[in-house]
Design a protein. Structure first.
Length: 159
């Protein structure tokens, strides 16, 4: 087993996807005339596997050397607190389709029904989930661990 494989074994899995591709990369090597110098930093770069309806995701943690980059990648919030049973959240299957809701990933979603006579409605598709993205809503797959009624600081625009 080479040194890079040993280093990769020391990494915790991605906190978002648990899989994907990860690499350890030296940054900022300078040509000294007689060879490449030492890197100015080292990055742990991770690409999450593609998920339909979600943007691609690349995560990076940087350290002064390989050990500090791995330590930065492995740093996590208190796992027990994250894995504790959420309070005040309802199962995703029960999400209402008549109001704004907050999904446990801290995004505001709404159910937008298709208009009478639309092609989608003729196909038996009654509506779609949309996620609030700061300037309006965009179509999105409803994902998360639970939902609750949204508490919006300002009413999002109607599209």
């Amino acid at each position: 087993m080479n040194a890079n494989a040993i280093a990769l074994d020391a990494l915790k899995p991605c906190p978002f996807c648990g899989a994907g591709a990860t690499e350890i990369t030296p940054n900022g090597r300078q040509w000294t005339g007689s060879g490449w110098g030492e890197p100015s930093s080292v990055s742990v770069r991770h690409w999450c596997d593609a998920v339909p309806g979600q943007p691609s995701r690349m995560l990076e943690r940087v350290g002064r050397d390989e050990a500090s980059a791995i330590a930065a990648w492995n740093r996590r919030a208190a796992i027990a607190a994250l894995e504790a049973e959420p309070q005040g959240w309802s199962p995703m299957e029960t999400a209402p389709k008549d109001r704004y809701i907050t999904v446990q990933q801290h995004a505001v979603y709404r159910w937008l029904p298709y208009r009478q006579g639309s092609e989608q409605l003729r196909k038996g598709i009654t509506g779609r989930w949309q996620r609030y993205v700061g300037y309006g809503f965009e179509n999105a797959e409803l994902s998360g661990y639970g939902w609750r009624n949204a508490e919006l600081a300002a009413t999002p625009p109607k599209d």
